[in-house]
Design a protein around this ligand. Structure first.
Ligand SMILES: Nc1ncnc2c1ncn2[C@@H]1O[C@H](COP(=O)(O)OP(=O)(O)OP(=O)(O)O)[C@@H](O)[C@H]1O
Ligand SMILES: [Mg+2]
Length: 879
């Protein structure tokens, strides 16, 4: 038995893309066969059938209609598969034997362009990583927005910097060379945090000469930056970027003309934030994984998707250059000071589509007339924005104004050529405006007059034959025909040729009708062909200007972010921070930007802060649990970060010296898959801080040293503090929240250390949190009080108090000369015999304790009593 010719063709084509699912075009369907069919039917919930393939057993098969393919493709790609689309590249009518078929596009997570399936506020990056003995180069691109960047790491630099950069890029797909693959394909960053499999590319992709030729070809003279002095460094850059372009080319099977530059940047261009700091400061996502509760959530008032993407990248890469910060700040101030203008600008921005994605779609064959109309309506708004007077109010706004191209020529072109009511698909016709092209007008008239000509012929025939209800009709199979009902059969003239007999009528044609049909259909056909041709011309004209559109898009996106900052500043009562240079940070009445918005039950209590490079370098913050220590230290870090992205800040007054980095050591997390326990992770982070921080850094430590025995933890914390505080060793500005009250002694012995605290009031009903930072020490944690608030069973609380009392007594003895650290005493028969309360009984007592009886009406009191009784009974019933 032998495979059918079609199946042979199928298998041959599949060999080109063994790792992809092949969408094989058969008529109006894309079919999948064999293993692909089995996989796809599961992922897409399609019915699995079979098709005779020449072998004994049928080939498993499933298929999707071609017009609905994009949704299915997106679903497969999102599930991590690659999809190769194979089209008929020859007209079936003209083919001799089997129709020719070719793969026209391969779609993978990193090369998806269908904006319907991409998150509009996120970039979709394809990353190519190349590692050699001396360098690792990352090259990444979002082909839906035409943004392409590259960064080089020396083999001597910290590996965590590289990994943290990749995590920041958050690519949808990673391709790499063998060295990189071997080193990282099992790394937790990829297997767990990013959840992507690395794809290994053949060595040929990274061949120096090929890569160089590809880059030269794609980038033209701009690419020369890659070919400068330092040979080894450039070799890595060339190989990584060339490989990425080659991979893309193989996937897209078409030229990517809109990629005309690759932006090279380095770690020092912006403030570097490591992954754990980004995570713990909840910059982009809250620790629960949602956007709500993050800094991005507070600041994102963007009106365009391009703006939202830019805002995200600004937050992740704060500026470290004072001048650049002031530039942005000046722009925010100008917008914030003129609320009317701000409102206008934001209204105009709202009318602008995602120009980056619109532009890249226009450059592709998938471009629909609707995309071109989106560009047109956006250009209208862009023109208005460029004219806005407020843009002359700051140097940075002026720069943006200059970068915005009003694209007037493109507007005129589209306005003249494309019909405002154009359909989604060019093949439906009616795309080119009447009056734009003479021949189209003529053909349209011909095709359009069909109805007139037909009714004219219809009445002529009625008259000449005397058949009163004669009709000329059309169907897809027979074309035009004359319909005569049986009652008039006798009147049918001899020159009518019968086409078909139905129950009640007969269908005829005449030579004249046949000719008319040919004329009409050919006019329609020629019209459509001409429309396509002219449409392509218009599209190409726009494509040739794509750089202007993309550069305008960048400017509009920046304006959108600045307007968003201005709006957030207004809504949340932020003020412009002064950017100073003496190394100090002063915040007056500052607030936590997120907590003040989400925690609406209680008013947020503002706090002030003064850090400097001298006496107030390191601040140890003590206070009860729940007092607000963690909130305060994060708030200081967030405010500094906000200032360095150009935003206003939640403080009545702020003076901030630019910091080179913000480090955090917060919370507990483990990394079991790489063999790291909670404490090991913590110590690694601390070690990273001590190695990388400088005197210009800001360090936030939250309960460092907690993950081990008390004495070990305290000793480490103490030693770390001494190291950081020492000006000769580090001397970084540091806020340290801790429950190790012993650390407060550092202030007496170590230069630059002071103590801050947040007090609580002890009252009969429990502790009251004051949330006010002040200088001094609090040596009580009220941990058990807080546990009580969390409704721990009463007897646990009681027992905890007992143990605490014991320990404190022991501790005092120890201080008086005992040698062993205090330990809780075992339960005694006496306290064991104490009546134990059930959780429900405790709950009833708790409810009684907190109830304010004075404010209850007699009726409410009864209801309350009833509720208490039910609480008790519930327990008994459920037993
Ligand atoms: N300044 C403030 N004004 C109002 N509410 C605040 C303020 N600071 C903190 N809070 C509230 O108190 C809660 C606890 O604060 P936080 O986590 O900072 O306490 P903590 O001192 O770090 O406690 P622990 O020692 O248990 O870690 C916050 O979730 C917030 O709701
Ligand atoms: Mg805390």
């Amino acid at each position: 038995m032998e495979l059918t010719p079609m199946m042979k063709q199928y298998l041959q084509i599949h060999e080109e893309v063994p790792d992809a699912i092949l969408f094989f075009r058969l008529g109006d369907f894309y079919e999948m066969f064999f293993d692909d069919a089995i996989t796809a039917s599961k992922v897409l919930s399609l019915v699995l059938t079979g098709r005779a393939c020449g072998l004994e057993e049928k080939a498993p098969m499933c298929g999707v209609p071609y017009h609905a393919a994009s949704g299915y493709i997106a679903k497969l790609v999102k599930a991590g598969y690659k999809v190769a689309v194979c089209e008929q590249t020859e007209d079936a009518a003209e083919a001799k034997g089997l129709v020719r078929r070719e793969i026209v596009q391969i779609i993978s997570p990193g090369t998806m362009t269908d904006s319907a399936y991409l998150d509009e506020k996120e970039n979709n990056f394809l990353l190519c990583a190349y590692e050699s003995a001396l360098y690792t180069c990352l090259s990444y691109i979002d082909i839906s927005t035409a943004e392409c960047k590259t960064i080089l790491f020396s083999a001597l630099s910290n590996q965590s910097d590289l990994l943290s950069e990749i995590e920041k890029i958050a690519p949808a797909e990673v391709v790499c060379n063998e060295v990189f693959y071997d080193k990282y394909h099992r790394h937790r960053l990829f297997t767990s945090r990013l959840n992507i499999k690395l794809s290994l590319l053949d060595d040929e992709y990274f061949d120096y000469d090929t890569a160089k030729a590809i880059l030269k070809n794609q980038l033209g003279p701009v690419g020369d930056t890659f070919f400068s002095e330092d040979k080894t460094e450039n070799a890595a850059l060339i190989r990584a970027n060339g490989a990425m372009l080659l991979y893309l080319k193989n996937m897209q099977k078409s030229a990517l003309q809109y990629i005309s530059a690759i932006e090279r940047y380095s770690k020092t261009d912006a403030m570097h934030l490591d992954a754990s700091t980004r995570y713990h400061l909840e910059l982009i996502k809250s620790t629960r994984g949602s956007k709500k509760g993050s800094l991005l959530w507070v600041l994102d008032q963007c009106k365009t998707a391009m703006g939202a993407r830019k805002l995200k990248s600004w937050i992740e890469s704060p500026l470290n250059d004072r001048k650049a910060i002031l530039e942005r700040q000046g722009a925010v101030a100008a917008l914030r000071d003129d609320l009317a203008a701000l409102g206008e600008v934001r209204k105009m921005l709202q009318g602008i589509h995602d120009l980056q994605r619109v532009a890249t779609i226009i450059c592709s064959a998938a471009c629909s007339p609707k995309n071109i109309l989106m560009l047109k309506s956006s250009i209208l708004r862009i023109g208005e924005i460029k004219e806005c007077a407020v843009l002359s109010q700051s140097a940075y706004l002026q720069k943006i104004q200059n970068q915005i191209d009003d694209l007037a020529d493109l507007y005129t072109l589209i306005d003249q050529a494309i019909d405002d009511e154009a359909p989604l698909a060019v093949k439906d016709g009616g795309v080119i405006k009447t009056g734009y092209h003479e021949q189209i007008d003529y053909l349209r008239k011909m095709a359009g007059s069909r109805q007139e000509v037909l009714s004219e012929m219809e009445s002529e025939e009625r008259e000449s034959t005397g058949i009163k209800n004669l009709k000329i009709k059309y169907n897809k199979i027979f074309g035009y025909y004359i319909d005569v009902t049986n009652s008039y059969k006798d009147l049918v003239p001899a020159h009518y040729v019968r086409k078909q007999t139905l129950v009640n009528s007969e269908r005829y044609y005449t030579e004249e009708l046949k000719q008319l049909e040919i004329d009409i259909l050919s006019a329609e056909e020629s019209l459509l062909a001409k429309e396509k041709e002219i449409y392509e011309q218009v599209r190409t004209s726009i494509t040739s200007q794509v750089e202007r559109i993309l550069s305008t898009a960048q400017a509009v996106a920046a304006l959108d972010v600045l307007a968003s900052f201005a709006q957030a500043a207004y809504d949340n009562r932020y003020h412009a921070p002064a950017i100073i240079e003496d190394g100090s940070i002063t915040l007056v009445d500052s607030r936590h930007p997120v907590v003040e918005l989400v925690e609406t039950r209680n008013e947020f209590i503002p706090n002030s802060c003064r850090l400097d490079t001298d006496k107030r370098r390191m601040q140890i913050i003590t206070g009860p649990n729940m007092a607000g220590k963690s909130t305060f230290i994060r708030q200081v870090a967030l405010i500094v970060l906000m200032a360095q992205i150009g935003s206003f800040v939640p403080a009545a007054k702020a003076e901030i010296s630019v910091v080179d980095r913000i480090f955090t050591r917060i919370g507990a997390s483990d990394d079991i898959s790489t063999g790291q326990s909670t404490f090991m992770v913590e110590m690694n982070e601390v070690s990273g801080i001590l190695q990388n921080a400088t005197k210009d850094s800001l360090i936030i430590l939250d309960e460092m040293g907690r993950g081990t025995s008390t004495y070990d933890g305290l000793s480490i914390a103490w030693a770390v503090c001494e190291y950081i505080a020492d000006k000769d060793l580090l001397g970084a500005k540091t806020l340290f929240a801790t429950h190790y009250h012993e650390l407060t002694d550092l202030a007496q012995t170590t230069d630059g250390v002071i103590n801050l605290c947040i007090r609580a009031l002890e009252q009969e009903e429990g502790v009251i949190f004051l949330r006010k930072i002040e200088e001094g020490i609090v040596d009580k944690s009220y941990g058990i009080e807080v546990a009580k608030l969390a409704a721990l069973p009463d007897d646990v609380i009681e027992r905890a108090y007992e143990i605490l009392a014991d320990l404190e007594e022991e501790h005092n003895k120890t201080q008086r000369g005992a040698t062993t650290p205090p330990r809780p005493r075992a339960k005694t028969a006496q306290n064991e015999n104490k009546s134990r309360l059930t959780p429900n009984q405790s709950a009833v007592l708790g409810a009684l304790r907190t109830a304010s009886i004075d404010s209850l009406s007699p009726l409410e009191a009864l209801v309350f009593l009833d509720k208490l009784k039910k609480m008790l009974m519930e327990k008994e019933e459920s037993k």
